[in-house]
Design a protein around this ligand. Structure first.
Ligand SMILES: [Fe+2]
Ligand SMILES: [Fe+2]
Length: 193
């Protein structure tokens, strides 16, 4: 019999969300670098910024919705102590939707400094948000989710991926994140697709 510690059931369901947070954090490194380039007077790299906003509207928001619709409700029911944190994180998801819509509008003719400000503010807040989840939410999920809730959550998350992500699914968007890192010349951390 193996003496290796076995991963908790919750580890399975947290894994894909943690991977997505890692992809998002890599992309944010690129956003900050590109925003800095604009602040220093560089030209607006339209292919990068347009692909970025599409990625944020599609994949990043889908990730947030999976948390709101699947993970967070399951946690509230099992770990009352995280209720306030989850409420704050859900409010931040709403704020990100507004900020991404603003960033989309700035691409339609705003000057480089305005784009840089919108992107920089979004990246700063989102980085903090993802780090709070990595440290304060996902570890709790690993601890409190049992086999039955993991089965239910896995099925729900897979269904949401199938229904809400266009052709190519989750893998396509992870590759899109990798492309954004390449375009902004930062390292990509995350699954290799
Ligand atoms: Fe997240
Ligand atoms: Fe989140």
């Amino acid at each position: 019999m193996s003496c290796e510690p076995q991963p908790s059931p919750g580890t399975r369901v947290v894994h894909s969300l943690f991977e997505e947070n890692t992809v998002l954090l890599s992309v944010l490194n690129g956003v900050e670098k590109m925003a800095m380039g604009l602040e220093e007077g560089g030209p607006v790299d339209e292919p990068f910024w347009n692909a970025l906003v599409t990625f944020l509207e599609s994949f990043a928001d889908h990730h947030h919705r999976k948390e709101e619709e699947a993970l967070f409700p399951a946690l509230v029911a099992r770990a009352a102590g995280v209720g306030e944190l989850l409420r704050e994180l859900t409010e931040e998801h709403a704020d990100f939707r507004t900020r991404v819509a603003t960033l989309r509008r700035t691409l339609e003719g705003a000057d480089a400094a305005t784009i840089a400000r919108a992107a920089g503010g979004y990246a700063f807040l989102t980085r903090e948000h993802l780090q709070r989840e990595n440290l304060g939410v996902y570890p709790v999920a690993q601890e409190v989710l049992d086999d039955k809730s993991v089965e239910e959550l896995t099925a729900l998350i897979e269904e949401l991926d199938t229904v809400r992500l266009a052709e190519g699914g989750r893998t396509r968007w992870i590759l899109a994140g990798r492309d954004l890192c390449r375009l902004s010349r930062v390292d990509f951390h995350g699954p290799r697709g």
